[in-house]
Design a protein around this ligand. Structure first.
Ligand code: GMP
Length: 220
């Protein structure tokens, strides 16, 4: 079953290190998404056999486990942020100012603040995951990727179908527990993550717009 594709990394992380597996220990495996939907797209895989087969809604409603996942996710964001900085950092205004200040002959009291790339990430799960084993997405906000090819690729990260880790634990009556409500999100019209502009169901126009926004975002 292709839906079990993530299990191999959980069971034998060493076999996939360092190409797909970025790091691992007894409790977690951090991997690269094979079909990244943004510049940086990682998956955090808990190895605990009593959790990994559960629906994320149920697994993450255990407060002790949630705390452990949160801690690991923060560490993963730091790693992802440094990778993003390497990829787009040299384009960013704050980094350019930083480099200019360092290269200038004059002594400067204070360097301009450099960009906090960790802020450019979102961490969470899909309301109705396409893969069977528990995985937490760590994805840069840009949605700029050749692998972004379908409506559901975009909407699964840019509607309430994406449930941020910070929303857990979910209350008993939280509407996000309702799978049919969540699936409705996938058919929503496209909305730009950066400027909020609507694109109906025009995927090609959305993609062109995402290219432009990517250019502006990386220069921020
Ligand atoms: O939501 C499941 C995620 O897993 C999606 O973003 C997929 O792109 C990703 N995915 C599906 N199959 C594989 C695989 O075999 N390897 C890796 N690394 N990621 C996968």
């Amino acid at each position: 079953d292709p839906r079990n594709g993530l299990l191999a990394y959980i069971l034998e992380p060493a076999k996939y290190y360092p190409n797909i597996v970025i790091k691992y220990d007894d409790r977690f495996v951090l991997i690269r998404d094979a079909f990244p939907k943004a510049t940086i797209h990682l998956l955090l895989l808990p190895r605990d056999a009593s959790k990994r087969d559960l629906h994320p809604r149920d697994a993450l409603n255990d407060q002790d486990f949630l705390n452990e996942v949160l801690k690991e996710a923060f560490a993963a964001i730091e790693l992802a942020a440094s990778e993003l900085s390497r990829q787009i950092g040299r384009y960013s205004e704050s980094c350019k100012a930083h480099i200019a200040a360092m290269e200038s002959e004059e002594l400067v009291d204070e360097l301009p603040p450099s960009r906090d790339f960790a802020k450019e990430f979102r961490v969470g799960i899909h309301a109705h995951p396409s893969m069977n084993h528990l995985h937490i997405h760590i994805i840069s906000r840009d949605m700029h990727s050749d692998r972004l090819k379908h409506q559901k690729h975009y909407n699964s990260f840019n509607t309430d179908f994406f449930i941020p880790l910070e929303d857990f634990p979910l209350a008993e009556d939280d509407i996000k527990r309702n799978t049919s409500y969540q699936n409705g999100n996938l058919k929503k019209e496209y909305k730009c993550w950066r400027c909020g502009k609507l694109f109906g169901n025009k995927f090609k126009q959305l993609k062109e717009h995402l290219d432009e926004e990517f250019g502006a975002w990386r220069r921020e």
